[in-house]
Design a protein around this ligand. Structure first.
Ligand code: ATP
Length: 626
């Protein structure tokens, strides 16, 4: 029999399909199953307009049949089949898609959607097979044909005997090589796995004879291998079902089946959009952060399906970083895929979907926050930090979108509050939103710097995450109220104290100058405190860099070191101040001892290390034994 050659360009293209278009060999099965599904769809469409043809869905199926002895894998379908001419033109010309033409000729819109469009998928079979044989009988022909090819050297066509319309594709699976294991494409479990991964939602049953070990009849502990034909795909995707038919349990099962997480999702979001870009999505907000969530290893992304066929396992472009914890999938019929179906040709549709999804996630989070505070706090414990990173990163580009999702611990409420709640409670004379930073709520509670603001009756937000102050600096203000650290120079409330402290400052300016000299470049200034009530000293920072920021940045692994401009504030109403004055008058050595002691105490209160602990304890001893 004379061999027909593929067209010259086709040879090159075939080589490309086999070697470079697809990144994973396993997708050959996805391609053959998609073709089989298209072939059945075509009968369905025909039946819509042809009165002589009835489409009885249960008659149509796809079957996968591996055989280790003959080293063959068959993919059989009960679809429309191909005439001799169609065999010639569809399989003899690479990049010629009969399915694409069919779609155009029939002006197909919704419902059943033909998958094929490029005319290359079939040849993916050569990635795993030396010889590919196609036995086919068209619904429109009495003759059946066999097409066979070993790849680039062409193909043969001959007449065969086949009664029922449909197509049977036989792959002679390659021998294993050093680098490649082809045997796996003959293993039931592996084939099942590939079908589940890519073709689970093909709407016709994909059948396979599966070997199961079963209890032998009449025995109690004897097992035997039983071969059973099973449907291995789920067929109807949950996201195409009506929301009213689905229970929370259905959504939870899908979450677990898909291994989106091992926890129970906190919330699911089911989206069906029929707008400019049509898509369905099921998204989940998990309850717990995966163990690697806050590391570089964590990969964000949603599964992306095109017409129920998996295209990408983790499509990162669908999620912004600040919502990277969201799991789930998107299925759209409107994506322009590239030839390998592994990437999108241009991402306009994807951008629209991403934008839409982003909005929905925010709305959902806000509604949990409003309606189920306990649930939201659980979520926030896992992912609050990520939201705060989101406010801070990209130069604060997303701060407005995220600000209402933030929670901080409140000095007054003794629980987490939103910025909105804080601002709505602010007394009229309060100018700023006050915050204090520290390692824990308990430590912040005891910070001397909070005394004055607390005495004034104002609420203070406690920042215990390293990112907090950075995020707030980026936010700058909320509802036109500026954020103010309780440690900052001007607290906006010290009017009454101003005059008195100015006088004290003036009276004691030589004492403060001496103390500043003793501490040298450790502090920028020594001053009368307006904020202290019961404590003798505290450290505050002047300028943009706070003491907390100095701590955070200096603890980072790179060599970057920064220094806050520290000010040692002295409570002139505290008895200790008298001792300072006495020492200044009578004993300069004592003044030096006291100054260093007070400075080191202030460091400890701030959670900063004292530079010489031995000297510090010696100083204490000196005070104890005058
Ligand atoms: N099982 C089948 N039954 C009937 N026709 C088939 C079958 N497999 C392939 N064909 C025909 O061969 C054509 C080429 O198939 P191929 O998989 O190479 O491309 P495609 O499915 O059209 O596009 P894509 O590259 O996007 O998958 C199809 O368009 C279809 O007309």
């Amino acid at each position: 029999m004379a061999k027909r050659e593929f067209k010259a360009e086709s040879k090159k293209l075939l080589d490309m399909v086999i070697n470079s278009i697809y990144s994973k060999r396993e997708v050959f099965l996805r391609e053959l199953i998609s073709n089989a599904s298209d072939a059945i769809d075509k009968i369905y469409y025909r039946a819509l307009t042809d009165d002589h043809l009835t489409f009885n869905q249960s008659d149509y199926y796809i079957k996968i049949d591996p055989n280790k002895d003959t080293r063959t894998l068959k993919v059989i379908d009960t679809g429309i089949g191909m005439t001799k001419e169609e065999l010639e033109s569809n399989l003899g010309t690479i990049a010629r898609s009969g399915s694409f033409d069919f779609k155009n000729e029939n002006e197909l819109k919704d419902g059943y959607d033909i998958i094929g469009q490029f005319g290359v998928g079939f040849y993916a079979a050569f990635m795993v097979a030396d010889t590919v044989t196609v036995m086919t009988k068209s619904l429109d022909s009495d003759e059946a044909y066999k097409w066979e090819s070993q790849g680039s050297d062409g193909y043969t066509i001959e007449t065969i005997d086949k009664k029922e319309p449909g197509t049977e594709i036989i792959l002679e699976i390659k021998e294993n090589t050093e680098d490649e294991n082809y045997d796996e494409y003959l293993e039931e479990y592996r084939l099942k796995q590939i079908v589940k991964k890519y073709s689970d939602f093909i709407r016709y049953p994909i059948k396979m004879d599966v070997t199961e070990s079963k209890l032998k009849e009449g025995t109690e502990d004897e097992y035997e291998d039983v071969i059973e034909e099973q449907t291995i795909n789920s067929m109807v995707p949950i996201w195409k079902k009506n929301k009213s038919e689905l229970t929370d349990e259905d959504y939870e099962n899908f979450y677990n089946e898909k291994h989106y997480g091992y926890d129970k999702p906190l919330k699911h979001i089911h989206i069906n959009v029929d707008g400019t870009v049509r898509y369905n999505a099921i998204l989940y907000i998990p309850e717990n952060a995966p163990y690697n969530y806050y590391t570089k290893e964590y990969e964000k992304g949603l599964e992306l399906y095109s017409n129920g066929v998996l295209i990408m396992e983790k499509c990162a472009d669908l999620l912004p970083d600040y919502f990277s914890f969201v799991k789930g999938m998107v299925d759209s019929e409107d994506l322009s895929l590239n030839i390998s179906r592994e990437m999108l040709q241009h991402d306009r549709q994807l951008k629209i979907i991403a934008k839409n999804i982003n909005k929905k996630i925010k709305t959902q989070l806000l509604s949990i926050l409003r309606d189920d505070r306990e649930k939201y706090e659980k979520f926030y414990a896992s992912f609050g930090q990520q939201l705060k990173f989101g406010v801070y990163s990209d130069y604060g580009m997303n701060k407005e979108l995220l600000q209402d999702l933030l929670l901080f611990y409140s000095s007054k409420e003794k629980k987490l509050v939103t910025l909105e709640e804080y601002v709505s409670r602010m007394p009229e004379d309060q100018k700023y939103i006050y915050y204090a930073t520290g390692d824990s709520n308990e430590r912040i509670e005891k910070l001397p710097q909070t005394e004055m603001v607390a005495e004034k009756g104002y609420e203070i937000l406690y920042f215990t995450d390293e990112i907090d102050e950075f995020a707030i600096k980026m936010l700058m203000n909320y509802k036109e109220k500026e954020f103010k650290s309780v440690s900052s120079g001007d607290l906006g409330i010290e009017e009454d104290e101003n005059k008195e402290s100015e006088e004290k400052e003036e009276e004691n300016k030589d004492l403060f100058a001496s103390m500043k000299e003793i501490l040298a470049d450790k502090v920028k200034d020594v001053r009368v405190s307006k904020r202290l009530r019961s404590h003798p000293v505290c450290l505050t920072a002047e300028g943009e860099i706070s003491i907390e920021m100095e701590k955070v940045i200096n603890a980072m692994p790179d060599d970057q070191q920064i220094k806050a401009d520290k000010v040692l504030e002295i409570n002139v109403n505290h008895d200790v101040f008298q001792s300072l004055q006495n020492a200044y008058e009578n004993d300069k050595e004592k003044l030096s001892l006291y100054t260093n002691l007070l400075y080191n105490q202030a460091l400890l209160i701030e959670g900063l290390p004292v530079s010489d602990p031995v000297e510090f304890t010696n100083d204490i001893c000196k005070v104890m034994v005058p």
